[in-house]
Design a protein around this ligand. Structure first.
Ligand code: URA
Length: 247
């Protein structure tokens, strides 16, 4: 099933329409258009810059191509991949979706290379902007394992907001202790409402503790599907998408 949630989506070039839907590379598509392998509304067209709308009846080599305006996935990001769309040397979270060939997908925000857990992948820039805007205070819940025993003073400092850089002060954050171990490590949940660079690691560093393991469990209303092993992904359900779109 194709989910279309775009509102007022503007026309686009024919080669972009086809490339977004994973029909091939932009240069191969342009060549095929010139060779007469593409029809729009039943007519063969030969110019790649023809403006089409997402509802257009486009066929490529006789196969109907339906344009899905927006797509939404959740990935359980494993450690070792970077939160970027494209990188010449390192694996990216987009490489985790090899069956999704559209060109315009990107991760909503960033997790550090060694952080695991929930990452939304979409091509919906407006939704990403709303979820990432500090003004919207979208809760992000993380599970962390940290060195040392987390104290009531740590909890209070997190709750007050902390200075983590010369000009960087965090909003209040919630720190909940789940347990401590004989090796003097603590397991915690941390809830933050923004996404400053290395935020959780820096907050613990200020308190003299090191984050040994970090995993994002939720972002706003969306919870990581615990049936997804690290590196796996799935489409968001219609219900999950509409909950996210309320932000
Ligand atoms: N805070 C961090 O320090 N790292 C992340 O990846 C996310 C939040």
């Amino acid at each position: 099933m194709v989910c279309s949630y775009g509102i007022g989506y503007v026309n686009m070039r024919l080669d972009k329409f086809l490339a977004d839907m994973g029909a091939g590379t932009r240069s191969d598509i342009k060549k095929d258009i010139r060779k007469g392998k593409v029809t729009v509304g039943g007519e063969t067209v030969k110019s790649a810059d023809l403006q089409v709308d997402p509802e257009s009846d486009v066929c490529y080599c006789g196969r109907k191509i339906t344009y899905a305006v927006n797509e939404y996935y959740m990935v359980n990001k494993p450690a070792g991949v970077i939160s970027a769309s494209d990188d010449a040397r390192q694996s990216t979270v987009i490489d985790l979706l090899p069956d999704e060939k559209r060109q315009d997908l990107f991760p909503v925000g960033r997790l550090d290379k060694d952080t695991e857990g929930l990452l939304i992948i979409t091509n919906d820039g407006a939704l990403a902007h709303r979820l990432l805007s500090p003004k919207n205070h979208v809760d992000k819940i993380y599970y962390a394992k940290v060195s040392g025993i987390v104290t009531d003073t740590d909890i209070k400092c997190f709750a007050e907001g902390m200075r983590i850089g010369e000009d960087i002060v965090t909003l209040p954050a919630k720190l909940e202790v789940l347990g401590t171990s004989y090796e003097r490590t603590s397991e915690v949940f941390v809830t933050i409402h923004e996404g400053k660079f290395h935020q959780i690691k820096k907050m613990f560093e200020v308190r003299g503790k090191e984050v040994l393991y970090l995993k994002r469990l939720s972002m706003g209303p969306l919870r990581l599907d615990d049936t997804l092993a690290p590196g796996e992904y799935r489409k968001l359900s219609d219900e999950e998408i509409s909950e996210l779109r309320k932000w």
